[in-house]
Design a protein around this ligand. Structure first.
Ligand code: 8YV
Length: 323
């Protein structure tokens, strides 16, 4: 009989190899392979002490409730908006996630999106492929270097984006609920004020109920017809309908989006527009970063089974007072 701890994997992990790596240390079950997952869990859920999930995969409360002996959740990703703080903390279940290791790749992609939407790179690529070049030059676009970059949510990823913006000689301001004393950037008191100031408004705030539709019609209006929006955070932070309307009416200059409200479904209205760049949530999707995230998922579990605590707990996770 196996003496390994029993771990349940929720959904599909974004690095397939991690599923294999986990089996080296744990007795792993894939929930997705059960024909009736919730029915199966009612019979078998008591076996599992660990759950591995991904930032983008729903973790319904019923799933946690169907795991009466659950002690640890290890989540693949920096976002924890799918995890129910109250339910997990009430049972003192330890919750780990994968911060920091993805900051560089996410920040790289934010800059890539900014340059793409400003200079029309994706649109220009379509222009060449569609055979339009012989009929005339591609229209002039907008400059990036030296412009104003506003960051909504100056956390660790926001800072990595700001550093890159400095390299482009950009002026940098941000909005967080509270002003930070440890950064050289200008704090502006509201998302509207930041949007009004910005040429490029980059959203890097944490997702979840607290930031739902933080970027609404008023913020878009403040960004104005010369302003661009870049989102590498969560689709839920933007009022997507208001954004589509603003793009259609050219009330903002353009938007470059890696994330959407109802992924992987993107409202088809966006497909008609040339002033938008659409990516399928790939900010952390490099071999190097996904490997580093996978290592931390594994490390959090191994550390938990050795010490009773995960290595990188989500900010609200219960921890023993000795830590
Ligand atoms: C991943 C992410 O694409 O880390 C996050 O929160 O959104 C992305 O890095 C993905 O969610 C990993 O599961």
């Amino acid at each position: 009989m196996s003496t390994k701890e029993k771990i349940l994997i929720n959904g599909t992990l974004l690095l397939k190899q991690l599923e294999t790596d986990l089996t080296e240390y744990f007795d792993v079950t894939l929930l997705r392979e059960q024909a009736d997952p919730m029915g199966w869990l009612r019979e078998n859920g008591h076996q599992f002490t660990g759950l591995v999930t991904s930032a983008g995969v729903p973790v319904p409360v019923e799933l946690i409730q169907a795991l009466p002996n659950l002690k640890v959740v290890s989540s693949f990703g920096v976002g924890y908006d799918q995890l129910n703080e109250e339910v997990l903390n009430e049972r003192e279940i330890r919750v780990g996630y994968t911060p920091d290791v993805l900051n560089d790749c996410v920040a790289d992609l934010a800059i890539g999106l900014m340059i793409d939407i400003a200079r029309g790179m994706s649109a220009a690529d379509r222009y060449v492929r569609d055979g339009k070049w012989p009929s005339g030059p591609f229209p002039l676009q907008r400059r990036v270097s030296g412009k104003r970059m506003g960051i909504l949510g100056l956390g660790r990823i926001g800072e990595a984006i700001a550093k890159r913006g400095e390299g482009f000689g950009m002026d940098i301001a941000y909005h967080n609920r509270n002003k930070r004393d440890d950064v050289p950037y200008t704090w502006l008191g509201s998302p509207e004020a930041l949007a009004d100031w910005s040429d490029y408004l980059v959203i890097a705030v944490t997702g979840g109920a607290g930031t739902a539709k933080l970027v609404d019609a008023n913020v878009l209006k403040a960004l104005g017809p010369e302003g661009f929006l870049i989102n590498i955070s969560r689709g839920t932070v933007i009022d997507e309908e208001a954004l589509l309307g603003a793009l259609q009416k050219r009330e903002i200059a353009g938007a470059a989006l890696d994330v959407f409200t109802n992924e992987p479904h993107v409202p088809s209205g966006f497909f008609e527009l040339d002033n938008v760049v659409l990516l399928p949530h790939v900010a952390s999707a490099t071999h190097e970063t996904r490997r580093a995230m996978a290592d931390l998922v594994l490390e959090n579990l191994r550390h938990f089974y050795a010490t009773g605590e995960v290595r990188t707990p989500v900010p609200w996770s219960v921890q023993s007072t000795q830590q």
